[in-house]
Design a protein around this ligand. Structure first.
Ligand code: NAD
Length: 352
């Protein structure tokens, strides 16, 4: 066994069906009396239903969350929050809502209870990405990490099939990069392999029958594990590329992860054969990169950046940005190799 460090997993997790009803108990456990419930505009109804469930313990609803956590939206929500005299935040939604909650917690130090409704995994991480004037910057702080995560499988039954597929692939991406992270450790690697296995098994079932409760449960379990991987060890080339593409060309988050993952894996594969064997084993495939590509295709998810609205002329800029500043990656970052990777992702070619 190689030497390692395992920093631990400080977030309390409640997982099950119907666990939304436990949010009030979790507030009590934290000693909190008045929650502001956060959501995106389309999920306002879910936030209002939760506020009704909380009764006197709800201070109000702020349903302003949008993707990539723009600072202007956070400033507006902060002004509303101050007027509501709340002592904790409850977020119901995907990574965008969790992002708003984290941004508010960073500024107020309020406790957060997050109820995820996608597979993005942000709820398990101390990481916040914020955008200001079109530039996305990421920071890490213990204040950002939610105190409690309540996973309610029932809330994911209505997650649209297309978003289920791409959000699930987004989760798999966290687990894949955890397996070759510079600071990987044996526990996180076990979690990562199990996450890939659970999601790869569940997602095709969900695409065929979005109401399949067992598959939804497996997928959310996999998403939790993958989120815990993302929150515990450092990510590499794949996440860097998606950050650059999402931030520079305003591409949709989960879809971008879905398209790029097989190509980032194909690039890194020669440097990390053991990690690739674990990914392939979890997918039930003979090759990690091809297995990921085939899974996305089988789910009916996008496989080409071109289909996401990426301008072909932007590929050069993306390649420059991906190698502009050094970061840990198992294989050295050669600009021409990254440029070829982006070309394959743009056209949606199946990796060799
Ligand atoms: P999202 O939160 O933007 O959700 C996409 C849309 O689906 C939204 O309109 C949302 O309201 C809706 N939706 C969510 N759950 C639903 C459900 N169950 N039923 C019906 N509609 C539902 O998308 P996402 O992919 O979860 O999150 C993406 C954002 O999260 C990005 O900004 C990304 O940068 C961030 N993120 C951050 C981290 C981190 O650790 N900081 C990790 C992952 C993602």
């Amino acid at each position: 066994m190689e030497p390692f460090r395992f920093p631990g997993l400080p977030t309390r997790v409640v997982f099950g069906h119907g666990t939304l009803a436990k949010v009030g108990d979790e507030m009590e456990r934290l000693g909190r009396k008045r929650a502001v419930v956060l959501a995106t505009p389309p999920q306002r109804g879910q936030a209002e239903a939760l506020a009704a469930l909380l009764g006197d313990r709800a201070a109000g609803v702020i349903a302003d969350a949008v993707m990539h956590t723009p600072v202007a939206v956070t400033d507006g929500a902060l002004a509303q929050l101050r007027a509501l005299d709340a002592d904790c935040l409850v977020a119901v939604g995907g990574g965008s809502t969790t992002g708003l909650s984290k941004a508010l917690a960073l500024r107020t130090d309020l406790d957060q209870i997050v109820v995820p409704t996608t597979y993005a995994g942000s709820e398990m991480t101390p990481i916040l990405g914020e955008t200001r004037d079109g530039t996305k910057t990421t920071q890490k702080s213990p204040k950002i990490l939610p105190e409690v995560v309540v996973y309610d499988v029932d809330l994911t039954l209505g997650l649209p099939v297309a978003l289920s597929a791409t959000s699930g692939m987004n989760a798999i991406a966290h687990a894949v990069e955890a397996l070759y992270a510079e600071d990987r450790n044996p526990i996180v690697s076990l979690m990562a392999e199990e996450a890939i296995r659970a999601l790869a098994r569940a997602l095709p079932v969900i695409v065929a029958d979005p109401q399949d409760r067992a598959a939804r449960s497996d997928a959310l379990y996999g998403a939790w594990l993958a989120g815990a991987c993302l929150g515990t060890v450092g990510m590499a080339l794949h996440h860097k590329l998606c950050h650059v593409l999402g931030g520079t060309f305003d591409l949709p988050h989960a879809e971008t992860h879905t398209v790029v993952l097989p190509h980032a894996v194909a690039y890194n594969a020669p440097a990390v054969p053991d990690a690739m064997a674990r990914v392939a084993r979890a997918l039930g495939a003979s090759s990690a990169a091809q297995g990921l590509y085939d899974l996305a295709a089988r789910l009916g998810a996008p496989t080409a950046l071109e289909a996401l609205g990426m301008p072909e002329a932007g590929l050069e800029r993306a390649a420059d940005a991906a190698v502009a500043s050094p970061y840990p990656n198992p294989r050295s970052l050669a600009r021409d190799g990254i440029r070829r990777l982006l070309d394959d992702a743009y056209h949606g070619r199946r990796p060799d």
